[in-house]
Design a protein around this ligand. Sequence first.
Ligand code: PLP
Length: 392
Amino acid sequence: MKLFDVYPLFDLNFVEAEGSYLWSDKNEKYLDLYGGHAVISIGHSHPTYVKMITRQLHNIGFYSNSVRIPIQEEVAKLLGKASGYDTYEFFMCNSGAEANENALKLASFHTNRKKVICFTKAFHGRTAAAVAATDNKKIIAPINETDNFIFLPFNDIEALDNTFKSNEIAAVIIEGIQGVGGVQIPSTAFLQKIRVLCDRYESLFIADEIQSGYGRTGKFFAHQHANVQADIITVAKGMGNGFPVGGVIISPKIEARHGLLGTTFGGNYLACAASKAVLEVIESEKLMQNAQEMGDYLYEQLKDNESIKEIRYIGLMFGIELKTPCAPFRNQLLKDFRILTGNASCPNTLRILPALNITKKELDIFISAFRTIARLNAKKEEVNQNRKTVLT
Ligand SMILES: Cc1ncc(COP(=O)(O)O)c(C=O)c1O
């Protein structure tokens, strides 16, 4: 049987990883500044993470949600403390899309309404409701088409106001910072307006923190930089540092009842051990502080680079918008310097999402490679311009 060919692949086979480094089957060492789409939060194969999952597996790996699983409560307690949402409740699932699917379903159950506001360049996952809230027609199958999702321009307060006035809105779903869309940061005023309107019209504010959460921006959740509280927060990616796990953090104003949500694998012992390890390491190694310091350092080092049009960042969530398409630049980083970075839906934006414990020394490797490529490309461009002048 062949694999269903849906991923454009780099010809790389990683066989080992530690911290921010990966080793290929050819024993070549790569610096990871992307964490496999923002998943690696505490570094590859962190010793605490390996120890806690291994120990858990030796005790018990799985039983279903038909019995008490106390480690779920431990994760919820740690998460409440780390995020400041300690009065909220927690539902565990297996992925980001599933978290958003459940969040949207909850909002609809709670308000008994159908319409959801979402935004241009948004990405919320590939399941039915999550993909319908995603601004990419290419991944919406006919079966997912619905007019329940109203797309508004990002950061447009007037459009938001008008849409609330003329529709019965169940929820607004917004990423803490848009990731796939190219690291687009919602303004404080915009997030605060969403809060005000959701309160006024008894709608729910869903913050999708799947990519921007778990300390990546220096606060536990990106929307907390705007001093707002959401009603539902979705998490995944960095939550498990590679172990598949997701979750929905739910305001106490939303009432639970048996059967409202459910999953076979969600909240299993191993996912909980992974989640617990991540939260413990974020706290004990002060990784939120490191994310902020390293992010500011990276920004300072790159901000005056001639090849850059704009840098959008908070903490360690970076969209570096180049003046030229990012694909060749990214390939040069990979082929010539063995550095993994990401792209985004806007073609000029390079996405940098390192582990939260990345060091200055590791960032310096990237900074030096970036400057070298930018210099070489500028020189090439100058030669081309001169050639054109000579020929005309
Ligand atoms: C903001 C956001 N929401 C949801 C998802 C979907 O997560 P998953 O791939 O785990 O389903 C992603 C994945 O990239 C994401 O970036």
